[in-house]
Design a protein around this ligand. Structure first.
Ligand code: PMP
Length: 394
């Protein structure tokens, strides 16, 4: 193992663009630069055709219709659009919404903005592994509930929600179900019709596509009521106006195809590497697994080491790229809102480290990461007065 090499274990933050995706995008960044909305010449027709091909690939992959896909700048925009667009359009029917505290900030914050507009949000509790039960959702639903937003796979701790059961309950109660599938799109099987999903968000850069492109899928039969957030040239059926990012959209279609084709084989091999890493870390005294032990994203391993600060450990693991909490919040040194919602103590919520594995990781890398983590946990504990005190009082 070449120790000077950077080992990337932060695939849940973002992924490198796959060579096949780059190749598919390149012509659309060079000669084929047409505006997909230009109707009067071949430059525009060709670009429009490429966009429709990507739309079809993405829709087919989740069992939806191409016209139900709206291209966005990524999942943050898709989540904002889904929540603000649908909740406001359903205002006359009811102003009660349901979600969970373990959602991504791009779901929590639009919901908080809706609360400030007079909507009421019921926040479902999760257990210590980040799970919530379908019966909890059933108990929270009311006649005036219009929208439920629950993610598929958690970006910090990897826990998977039972979207089929959640979607079925929403359908039975006539509430729309929005699912943030950013971490599972292309990687886990999702069928919008079978899972009772009405709105679905996803992003290209979590599956080896380019950054700055995503989708919001909105069910059309029956049509989910929707109020756009922006006004302009009528692109994307008026839901999201603005000149389309043709290279990005082509890249997202290709990235989905590549990831989806090898879905179960690739996810299984990533899971095996993740399990190998856990097996080694588990043997370190005072190491705990955060998140689900039974239903979890293949590449996610979120762990805490007693008396070891996550930031200090990360800084000492030179040459290993991992994260504490989610990348979007790692600029703040605040404890993880996800771990706190799961009932973790503040020290655990500050002390966790997320290794997220993906395409390209090797067994040799995992071996090296486990060895370095063992060494650094030991070293940091030797420097920790808290650890020393705990040892002495044993
Ligand atoms: N939802 C989840 C679950 C995520 O993990 C992320 C990315 N961290 C987002 C939404 C936001 O995605 P994007 O980076 O495409 O805006």
């Amino acid at each position: 193992m070449n120790t000077n090499q950077e080992i990337y274990l932060d695939y849940q933050a973002t992924t490198p663009v796959d060579q096949r995706v780059l190749d598919a995008m390149e012509p659309w960044l060079r000669d084929q630069f047409g505006n997909a909305a230009s109707r009067s010449h071949a430059f525009g027709w060709e670009a429009g055709k490429a966009v429709e091909e990507a739309r079809t690939i993405l829709a087919n992959g989740i069992g939806g219709q191409p016209r139900e896909i709206t291209f966005t700048s990524g999942a943050t925009e898709s989540n904002n659009l889904a929540l603000l667009g649908c909740a406001r359009a359903c205002k006359e029917r009811g102003m009660h919404l349901i979600s969970a505290r373990t959602e991504h900030k791009s779901v929590l914050e639009p919901l908080e903005a809706l609360q400030a507009e007079g909507f009421e949000v019921t926040w479902l509790d999760v257990d210590r592994e980040g799970h919530l039960k379908a019966t909890q959702l059933e108990a929270a639903l009311r006649p005036d509930t219009t929208l439920v937003s629950l993610m598929h796979g958690n970006n910090e701790v990897g826990t998977l929600h039972p979207i089929h059961e959640l979607g079925t309950i929403c359908q039975q109660h006539g509430a729309f179900f929005h699912c943030d599938a950013t971490q599972t799109f292309g990687k886990e099987p999702i069928n919008v019709a079978e899972n009772g999903i009405d709105l679905l968000s996803a992003s290209a850069h979590k599956m080896h596509g380019p950054k700055g492109v995503g989708i919001l899928w909105i069910k059309s039969r029956p049509q989910v009521p929707f109020a756009p957030l922006m006004y302009g040239g009528g692109h994307e059926r008026g839901i999201r106006p603005g000149t389309l990012n043709v290279p990005g959209i082509v890249g997202m279609g290709e990235a989905f195809q590549v990831t989806h084709e090898s879905q179960s084989a690739e996810q299984n091999s990533i899971r095996n590497l993740r399990d190998a890493l856990w097996e080694k870390l588990e043997s370190i005294e005072g190491c705990t697994l955060n998140g689900s032990s039974s239903s979890r994203l293949a590449g996610n391993l979120n762990v805490s080491f007693k008396h070891v600060d996550g930031e200090a450990l990360l800084a000492s693991l030179e040459g290993i790229a991992a994260s504490t909490g989610s990348a979007c919040t790692s600029a703040e040194l605040a404890p993880s809102h996800v771990l706190l919602a799961m009932g973790a103590e503040s020290a655990t919520a500050r002390g966790s480290i997320r290794f997220s594995l993906g395409r390209g990781n090797t067994a040799a890398e995992i071996e090296w990461v486990a060895k370095r983590t063992q060494e650094e946990v030991k070293r940091l504990r030797e420097l920790s007065p808290l650890h020393k005190m705990a040892q002495e009082t044993q």
